[in-house]
Design a protein around this ligand. Structure first.
Ligand code: BTX
Length: 330
């Protein structure tokens, strides 16, 4: 059904003028009544379609509003988002992700909302998710992995977002350990990974991605304006949210598939390539001491590796890192 509708749109978009019902029914090998029914469904999804007797159909305008259907058309994935659920407004896509998981929905199910009332960050923090301005989505994964490897999925997701930005702009995205996507020191995106595990095996992961896309500066809450930004603010142009979601899902699937086949090494390399302040000196304070360290990279368990001035190396999990400002190198 969906792929027929996608083919229908492709046919109509290829033609500048009208395409007759007969032509469409011949090309798609469906009845003219079926063509008419599909047209009605397209209208429901926000397509403006003109039907003229003896001439046929013509698309006047495509929807600017996202729907589950429009998201799936043009989605070049094999498994990710093949089940995709879209809402105008939810409290949190994470919550829905967990519900879908307990209903047994498959690996790769995606939930997307235009707005979230109670978008959540890590440690019960709040994630600002204004309507139609960003990507607020959760991906349900059922990886065949032990729980200790779950942090790798967060790191993987961060590299996917960085790769997407690099693919579409000449900006320099960076990943601040463990999972903030920064552009020019400001947070454009955050990732929240929540897991259910049993007997050394992950049952499922709900991986939440929040990405600020089309906010202007005055649409970022004042209290975080100094440290948050959007793709639009950084690139100077409006983004097509639907295409951006599709690009993220395509890159996510590719990256995930090669991770499953080849292991963590490539993700580690990519993460370190984008890693904020990797190779630079920062101040670290733990309960025990405060010290200067050079950040070296990440570990397979998701820890950050740092070296002090005597050459001793340490793995950091939740140490307070004073990231400093202005240390950005293109
Ligand atoms: P985090 O704990 O790293 O970041 C939360 C902190 O970031 C907040 O305390 C605030 O300072 C700042 N912040 C809040 N909103 C924004 C924003 N829109 N842009 C930049 N900074 C902000 C990061 O948590 C994980 C966020 C995941 C969000 C996704 S959206 C889809 C899914 N559903 C859901 O409820 N959460 C995830």
């Amino acid at each position: 059904m969906e792929s027929t509708r996608k083919q229908l749109i492709d046919l109509l978009e290829k033609e500048k003028g009208y395409v007759s019902g007969q032509q469409l029914s011949d090309s798609l090998n469906i009845s003219r009544t079926a063509v008419w029914k599909h047209m009605n469904e397209l209208k429901k999804d926000g397509y403006q379609i003109e039907a003229v007797r003896k001439k046929g159909y013509k698309i006047l305008s495509s929807p600017d509003k996202i729907s589950g259907n429009t998201l799936q058309w043009g989605l070049e994935t094999k498994w990710l988002g093949q089940k995709l659920i879209h809402f105008d407004q939810v409290e949190s896509t994470q919550e829905i992700g967990h519900q879908l998981a307990s209903q047994g929905k498959p690996h790769g199910t995606v939930v997307i909302a235009d707005a979230q009332g109670k978008g959540r960050g890590r440690m019960a923090r709040n994630w600002h998710s204004p309507k139609g301005k960003g990507i607020w989505m959760s991906i349900l994964l059922r990886p065949d992995l032990p729980p200790m490897r779950a942090p790798q999925l967060t790191l993987l997701a961060a590299t996917v977002l960085a790769k997407m930005v690099r693919e579409k702009t000449n900006l320099h995205p960076q990943i601040k350990w463990p999972n903030d996507l920064l552009i020019d020191h400001k947070k454009v995106s955050g990732i929240l990974t929540e897991m259910q595990a049993e007997h050394d095996q992950i049952q499922y992961v709900v991986l939440g991605i929040g990405m600020n896309v089309n906010q202007q500066l005055n649409e970022i809450p004042q209290d975080i304006r100094h440290k948050a930004s959007s793709l639009k603010i950084e690139s100077g142009q409006e983004w097509d949210i639907q295409q951006t979601i599709q690009s993220i899902l395509r890159l996510f699937e590719n990256t995930y598939d090669s991770y499953v086949e080849q292991g963590f090494e490539q993700v580690k390399k990519e993460w370190e390539h984008f890693g904020y302040r990797i190779g630079e000196e920062v101040t670290i304070s733990t309960m025990r001491r405060e010290w200067q360290a050079t950040l070296i990279g990440i570990e397979p368990d998701g820890a950050l590796r740092a070296r002090d001035k005597d050459g001793n190396e340490e793995k950091l999990y939740s140490a307070e890192i004073h990231w400093g400002e202005g240390g950005y190198h293109a």
